[in-house]
Design a protein around this ligand. Structure first.
Ligand SMILES: Cc1ncc(COP(=O)(O)O)c(C=O)c1O
Length: 436
């Protein structure tokens, strides 16, 4: 094992050998050396409550003993063959995905990440439909490859390159900052109708597919109103356009009421992509679709690592653990408790907390003053202060002013109380120095 470096040595080495674009959340980062369920530990042994789960990925807890044991056993038995050979774990995982997926979605292609799942899903939709154009939503995040970063509509994650061809963005259902200046009492779902406007005015009228996150994650937990996706799906059906639900963040039960975020909207997509929480930290992604769509792809697809025995066994163990430990119900219960606590805090700090939103353990707190001016600097400070108090929280949104809470789904009421206490203290300190 390599000798453990001091924090300063490690920071310097990272700077020297990694791309500067691989940025860190903190200006003064802890050096994590161990994880156990909802906790992380730095090199001094200090414990941190992890309310961000390694960017919405640690679904059942860091190094969950039962999951880790199955992973280790598989590593010691058979690690790799590739998709051209017959092995059981990938097939068992695909069967389980068919079991939990809505509607007729029952055939899978296993990948290594969310980006790769979205790349594959777009290719699948294009091949299956014989069409090319794609619609995505503003403020979305779909990954970091050339195609996925063009699907992404947030300049912070868009490299300065020629974008991939044929991708168009409709307005998103961002009620707090409604792109059509509507309010909940006069909302006529203009945002859903914008999808039709984009089809009619920016495409040939025959796009292949639309991709959307049921709740936009990196975009700042932007949560569409209940009727939004039903309206969008109606429009897409009218124009023969397929629909991909990007469940990379909302999947595996995080929203507390169903395995997939889109099910909460009473919509069955044509294709689902997932990753992150499916592997609890082991790299994996998946594309799930109907036999009718999958069977239209005649050419061979290889994926060297996709569905390898270790990732597939881990993912299966993760899904079984979610069921055995009733983690979906826990996400719903603790999520609702947290949301209530945060909404109370919003009443106490109306000039700092603009909105609390989300579902289950996918919660966003948009920090803005009474005029909705984003409090971006303050958000960064609160995130750093919370870490100093031993709680890890995330940050997102186009303006970097949304606190993101997406912890492992096993967290307790006591953990939620710790978060509320630490956040209140950080906001009080922020108010004391004055918001800018
Ligand atoms: C909704 C969504 N889709 C796709 C991705 C890309 O996944 P990955 O980082 O595994 O490539 C992310 C990553 O944050 C995501 O949030």
């Amino acid at each position: 094992m390599a000798a453990q470096l001091s924090r300063e040595e490690l920071k310097k080495k990272r700077e020297r050998y990694l791309f500067p674009s691989v940025k860190q959340l903190y200006t003064d980062p802890p050096h994590f050396v161990r994880g156990k369920m909802q906790y992380l530990y730095d090199e001094t042994g200090r414990e941190y409550l992890d309310m961000f789960g390694g960017i919405v990925t640690v679904s059942v807890g860091h190094c969950h003993p039962k999951v880790a044991q199955r992973t280790v056993e598989q590593v010691q038995t058979l690690q790799h063959t590739s998709t051209v050979f017959l092995t059981q774990p990938m097939v068992d995982l695909a069967e389980k995905l068919a079991d939990i997926a809505p509607g007729d979605l029952s055939k899978s292609f296993i990948t290594n990440s969310g980006t790769e799942a979205n790349e594959s899903a777009i290719k699948l939709a294009r091949l299956a439909s014989g069409r090319h154009e794609v619609i995505a939503l503003q403020h979305s995040y779909h990954g970091e490859s050339h195609l996925a970063s063009t699907l992404t509509a947030n300049h912070g994650y868009r490299p300065d390159l020629m974008p991939a061809a044929g991708i168009y963005h409709a307005a998103n259902a961002y009620c707090y900052r409604c792109p059509f200046k509507k309010t909940p009492d006069n909302c006529s779902l203009e945002c859903a109708r914008d999808v039709e406007r984009v089809i009619q005015t920016q495409t040939s009228g025959k796009p292949a597919v639309m991709i959307a996150e049921p709740i936009q994650g990196v975009g700042g937990t932007i949560t569409p109103p209940p009727e939004y996706f039903v309206e969008v799906k109606k429009i897409l059906s009218q124009y023969g356009v397929l629909f991909i639900a990007d469940e990379v963040q909302t999947g595996v039960g995080r929203t507390g009421t169903s395995w997939f975020g889109i099910t909460n909207y009473n919509v069955v997509p044509d294709i689902i992509t997932m990753a992150k929480g499916l592997g609890n930290g082991i790299p994996i992604g998946a594309v799930i679709t109907t036999p009718e769509i999958a069977d239209r792809v005649a050419k061979q697809q290889i994926n060297t690592f996709g569905g390898n025995p270790v990732s597939a066994t881990t993912a299966l163990a993760v899904l079984e653990t979610i069921e055995d430990e009733k983690l979906m119900a826990n996400a719903g219960k603790i999520g609702a408790y947290l949301e209530d606590g945060l909404k109370d805090m919003m009443k106490q700090f109306p000039d700092v907390i603009g909105e609390v939103r989300g579902k289950g353990l996918m919660i966003g707190i948009e920090l803005a003053d009474k005029n909705k001016t984003p409090l971006s600097k303050e958000t960064a400070r609160i995130v750093e202060m919370s870490k100093d108090e031993g709680v890890i929280i995330g940050k997102g949104g186009l303006y970097g002013n949304v606190i993101r809470l997406k912890p492992p789904m096993n967290i307790s009421k006591e953990n939620a109380d710790t978060l509320l206490k630490v956040l209140r203290k950080a906001i009080e300190a922020t108010v004391k120095v004055g918001v800018s």
